[in-house]
Design a protein around this ligand. Structure first.
Ligand SMILES: [Zn+2]
Length: 350
């Protein structure tokens, strides 16, 4: 993958790799998860049977007799087995390209991604796959921010699972150096403004993204208090998707709160406001982003990726940052990892 222009892969891949690439592209295009799972399953079957057996079946036209191989997956495998780029892949290569316009300079300045998920919570891939993709996209680091315990619908990590994840990250870091996986969490801001994880663990993590995921329709004054309290916590570093809105499909209206007060708190405590790159979130809305910038808040351009292909979404946020005239130096993930860590550590005061 060319980090400058990850857009399209045009050389033919072996069948299992072609299916992997289709999974990546489906995720990049935010396609339904059933489709993603069908191609993931097909890739596993192809790997299990091996190239010889797949080649024989492709020639004999018996791929779809296999349990778990349907028309789309079978056709893609057969085309790849003939040394072709499957049509299904070719179409996705073009239709899911993430555009990058005025934000190109900012994109080139980014060194990492501070908000993403893995298999450990509700993501679709192991940490290693997220890390390898981030590396291929030109990053020097990522922050692993799976969900916190009370977000049970997203398999939030309790204390023991988070500790186990830290062990896995340590082992992966030894393998992937100089690329760095920084430890982190997307911690739920609970209704009373406290954070959904033990203090000693939050203190141990490199980066803490704090987000509201419940009671989004809370009365504005209480929502303001809740968010301001969370920003005042020395553990918090980044305010995740601040309004909680969804702008695709049925959508979801933004939460209402005194944004002036919340961003004043972010500025006062030197916390970053996240530009969330997910196409269905696009949070904060333009007017709120301007307000955050007026207050002098730092920003973090994060994908909130739940799959490797979604790591390319940073381009959306870079274009947005460019449109709002944001100075790359005010974007915390343009900084080298050590500077980012010095900034998060500074939140504990001296
Ligand atoms: Zn997230």
């Amino acid at each position: 993958m060319d980090p400058e222009d990850p857009g399209e892969v045009t050389e033919p891949l072996a069948p299992a790799e072609a299916l992997d690439r289709i999974v990546y592209l489906l995720d990049r295009g935010l396609q339904p998860s059933q489709k993603v799972r069908a191609f993931q399953k097909a890739a596993a079957i192809v790997r299990e049977l091996g190239d010889d057996e797949i080649g024989r079946r492709a020639a004999a036209g018996t791929l779809t007799e296999l349990d778990g191989i349907g028309d789309s997956t079978g056709t893609a495998i057969a085309e790849a087995a003939q040394g072709l780029v499957p049509d299904y892949q070719r179409n996705l290569e073009e239709s899911t390209v993430v555009p990058l316009g005025a934000g190109r300079e900012i994109r080139q300045a980014l060194r990492g991604d501070c908000h993403l998920h893995s298999h450990w919570s509700d993501g679709g891939a192991p940490i290693a796959d997220m890390a390898r993709t981030a590396q291929a996209l030109g990053h020097e680091y990522l922050v692993m921010t799976d969900h916190s315990p009370r977000l049970t619908v997203a398999h939030g990590l309790n204390r023991d699972r988070l500790l186990a994840q830290l062990d896995e990250i340590e082992a992966l870091n030894a393998e992937l150096a100089p690329f760095r996986i920084l430890t982190g969490i997307e911690v739920d801001i609970l209704e009373d403004g406290t954070l959904d994880q033990d203090e000693d663990l939050l203190a141990r993590l490199d980066v803490v993204v704090a987000s509201v995921h419940s009671k989004l329709r809370m009365e504005p004054q209480l929502m303001t208090q809740r968010m301001v309290l969370a920003m005042a916590s020395p553990h918090t570093d980044i305010l995740g998707h601040c309004t909680g809105r969804k702008v695709v499909g049925r959508g979801r209206p933004p939460s209402t709160f005194d944004a002036e007060m919340v961003f004043a708190a972010c500025a006062r405590f030197d916390k970053a406001v996240e530009i969330n790159c997910r196409p269905e979130r696009q949070d904060p809305p333009d007017d709120l982003l301007d307000l955050a910038l007026e207050w002098g808040c730092k920003v973090s351009i994060d994908t909130d990726a739940h799959a490797p292909g979604q790591l390319e979404w940073q381009s959306f946020g870079c274009d947005k940052a460019a449109a709002h005239g944001i100075d790359p130096d005010e974007i915390v993930n343009t900084w080298p990892a050590d500077d980012l860590l010095a900034w998060t550590a500074s939140h504990f005061g001296t």
